[in-house]
Design a protein around this ligand. Structure first.
Ligand code: SAM
Length: 333
């Protein structure tokens, strides 16, 4: 069976090339994790970019996983030189548009973050079998792109973010979104203790895809903690999250050596705690700007914290003039 997956055409031609690199890696890793390994080839047909591969057979679970691929617009099988669209199995729980609607400076492209989530999942011990309710953490959450992607998939999300303004914007937006869509939810606030003092404030959303599920207690949670990620192991329970997906600061605001050191220092100080809150078999996916943070140094810090860096095809790609991004995947044994 030959498959050809049409990719979303990003309006920025140079970034489109970057997304192709990510989409190819995302598809290859997913096929391998599904036991359907095959070479993924980028092909242009009718002026549009496709990823093609051969496989024997795709099960319903395979199609469900492939329908989640961030970069893929339409999936086709190719039969006798005809392209036949495959019916996607969209597992959207809530908010198909939730991760994309809020626009702000510093937001991570949601298609990229979603691809990181899939790559982390593919390298973890938690590839979903049925409707697994995974817990996804973004330890530097900004205004919550990763958490909203998790909610869309029906996973639980928890974020740590140091900026009060970003936490407020994220929580206010989510409240407006849930109200507008008449989604059943509860919002609550609480203080969290770190070393005997208030070290974080948590805003917790409990919601469901339907009113019936909400009434039955079949709910999901999204928690946003305003706090310092270096306190992750005090703010979160040990071994409580399946996947960690984060985009660390690009450090281009000041562009000084001091600023660069600060980012590396923060990650170095946080990694031990991140490792503690991951479940065994869980995976951290971390993107960073290669102009300010060196891959070798981050890999060394991951290994020092007890995480095993996963060997992947090159994920390095151009984002904008001051940002060249790369991704590290690291697994907790
Ligand atoms: C690249 S941004 C993440 C953007 C996010 N993915 C989004 O789309 O909204 C990195 C974030 O890390 C946060 N940050 C930096 N140092 C932190 C710390 N020590 N603890 C928690 N968050 C921190 C910054 O405030 C910033 O919001």
């Amino acid at each position: 069976m030959k498959c050809a997956f049409l990719l979303y055409p990003h309006p920025n031609v140079r970034y489109r090339q970057s997304l192709l690199t990510i989409a190819q890696a995302e598809l290859s890793m997913t096929l391998e994790a599904l036991g359907r390994g095959g070479e993924v080839r980028p092909v242009t047909m009718g002026g549009a970019a496709f990823l093609t591969f051969d496989c024997d057979h795709l099960t319903r679970r395979d199609v469900r996983m492939l329908s989640q691929l961030a970069g893929v617009y339409v999936m086709f099988t190719m039969e006798d030189a005809q392209m036949v669209p495959m019916e996607p199995e969209h597992p959207n729980y809530i908010g198909e548009d939730l991760p994309a609607l809020l626009k702000y400076k510093g937001k991570t492209n949601e298609m990229f973050t979603d691809a990181m989530l899939t790559m982390a999942l593919s390298q973890s011990a938690f590839m979903p079998v049925h409707d697994s309710q995974l817990i996804v953490c973004d330890p530097m959450a900004g205004r919550g792109t990763t958490l909203m992607l998790a909610a869309r998939r029906g996973y639980h999300g928890v974020g740590i973010e140091i900026s009060k303004g970003d936490v407020k914007e994220c929580c206010d937006f989510l409240t407006r979104y849930l109200e507008y869509h008449r989604t059943k939810y509860k919002r609550s606030e609480s203080a969290l203790t770190v070393r005997g003092k208030v070290g974080g404030r948590e805003t917790k959303f409990v919601f469901s895809d339907t009113a019936e599920h909400f009434k039955d207690g079949d709910t999901r949670t999204l928690r946003m903690i305003c706090g310092d990620t270096r306190d992750a192991c005090a703010l979160l329970r040990p071994q409580s999250v399946h996947l960690m997906v984060t985009d660390v600061p690009y450090g281009v605001q000041k562009g000084t050596a001091g600023r660069q050191d600060t980012i590396g220092g923060t990650i170095g100080a946080a990694l031990g705690g991140w490792q503690e809150v991951l479940k065994p078999g869980g995976v951290l996916a971390m993107s960073f700007n290669t102009y300010v943070t060196r891959r070798a140094e981050l890999e060394r810090q991951c290994e020092k914290a007890g995480l095993c860096v996963v060997q992947t095809p090159s994920l390095e790609h151009w984002v904008e003039q001051a940002v060249n991004r790369d991704v590290i995947l690291a697994r907790k044994p």
